[in-house]
Design a protein around this ligand. Structure first.
Ligand SMILES: Cc1cc2nc3c(=O)[nH]c(=O)nc-3n(C[C@H](O)[C@H](O)[C@H](O)COP(=O)(O)O)c2cc1C
Length: 393
């Protein structure tokens, strides 16, 4: 489906070579300050043509707010956002009229719909993610103002090159996640906050690009100042919603939360996160192998997760493959493509994280306000009945 979220809900539209792409966002709280300037920075970080490590397709990706705001303030009505496609060259795709690109979505879209966009991946193109990034910026705007939530994603591996393993030194890794900023991340074109690792990763991307090949990598994301109690067990546990969101991004192949797969090698005695009393009197944990989520519900610690991106399918090298009608042949794709999608995926991961947290906040706020609407005398009676057994929030 092209819609995501329950109360804060985005519907994206558009293909790679139509007039434009965008989204409709429902459930935005009224009275939120919002102009194009609040949305544009993340779209600019996502846009193609931004560095020598990304596709040269040159799109400015300027967003227009079509509805849902007045005088720089949200009205609570659906917000329509539009970004025109400008630098499209459908002629670049004549080879793919004959050949479905190996490991792209050409063949499966045709099988499913019986018809497909004539060029450039249509709806499966990463241009679709513009609507997500625009909607995510609105979610972030609310989360930051209302709760001080911070979301920072960064490149943690490209091909065989990576930053220090997050689980090798848990304390150092948690410190890094507590401190990393978007300014650190944007200090180089790879979007890796560790300059030495970024230089190694850059070489990998450049040699892939020069060989007309592509390469994959890993994005790590941290979410700070997350309210306690978000997530809707059983089926919409917060990590399940994050996994859904992340695995819906094009080219993703794996999702890990907290200690992830590495956690399977750590004994429970070390992996358990002991409770400690924080200076403000609330409970926190002294380690964070859980990644800020327990029982599908946030515990107030930083949420962190990793997403694996495959090497982009479209490459300029000759590939032995078959035409749509089954003839053996050689495809040498033209067109402009990302040698590595990871640096541009950073704002997309942040946007999808913001959409998940925003929707979870709105669901939990609905529950809390329903509880608060129970008259005080009824609550007092219930509290007396429950004393020593459970606590009302
Ligand atoms: C930011 C971004 C840029 C991408 N650029 C390209 C590209 O230039 N060429 C390509 O073949 N795939 C690219 N992709 C991936 C394809 O959209 C994706 O592989 C394709 O839709 C098939 O879907 P799947 O890989 O999820 O199965 C990109 C993905 C992202 C997130």
């Amino acid at each position: 489906m092209s819609s995501f979220g329950n109360i804060f809900r985005v519907t994206t539209f558009g293909e790679s070579h139509c007039k434009g792409v965008g989204c409709i966002v429902e459930g935005v709280p009224p009275g939120l300050p919002l102009t194009e300037d609040d949305i544009q920075p993340q779209l600019t970080r996502r846009r193609p043509g931004q560095s020598a490590l990304t596709t040269p397709r040159d799109e400015k990706d300027r967003v227009s707010i079509l509805s849902g705001t007045e005088f720089g303030t949200t009205l609570g009505t659906p917000i329509g956002l539009f970004v025109p496609n400008q630098d499209h060259r459908p002629g670049d795709y004549s080879e793919t009229d004959l050949y479905p690109r190996p490991s792209h979505a050409d063949w499966t879209y045709l099988q499913k719909y019986g018809v497909k966009a004539s060029s450039g991946g249509g709806r499966s193109s990463a241009r679709e993610t513009i609507g997500r990034v625009a909607a995510g910026a609105i979610a972030e705007q609310y989360l930051k103002i209302a709760h001080g939530v911070e979301i920072v994603a960064f490149t943690s591996a490209i091909g065989p090159e990576s930053m220090v393993d997050l689980t090798a030194d848990h304390h150092a890794a948690m410190l890094q996640l507590a401190e990393v900023t978007r300014a650190n991340v944007d200090s180089n074109e790879v979007r890796c906050p560790d300059a030495e690792a970024a230089a190694r990763m850059r070489k990998v991307i450049e040699s892939s690009r020069d060989a007309h090949d592509s390469i994959g990598g890993v994005v790590t994301c941290v979410i700070r100042n997350v309210p306690v109690g978000l997530g809707e067990p059983c089926f919409d546990k917060l990590e399940a919603s994050l996994a859904h969101a992340m695995m819906s991004i094009p080219a993703t192949k794996a999702f890990e939360v907290g200690s992830g797969f590495a956690g399977t090698r750590i004994p429970g005695s070390k992996h358990n996160d002991p409770w400690v009393k924080r200076p403000d009197g609330t409970l926190g944990t002294s380690t964070n192998y859980s990644g800020g989520i327990q029982g599908g519900i946030t515990n107030g610690e930083n949420i962190y997760f990793r997403v694996a991106f495959k090497p982009a399918a479209t490459i300029g090298q000759e590939q032995n493959t078959a035409t749509y009608d089954g003839q053996d042949g050689v495809l040498k794709a033209r067109g402009r493509h990302d040698p590595c999608v990871v640096p541009r995926a950073i704002p997309i991961v942040e946007a999808m994280a913001a959409l998940v947290i925003m929707d979870a906040v709105m669901q939990q706020n609905a529950r809390k306000s329903a509880i608060e609407s129970i008259p005080a005398d009824v609550r007092d009676k219930i509290e007396a009945r429950l004393t020593g057994k459970v606590r009302l929030p």
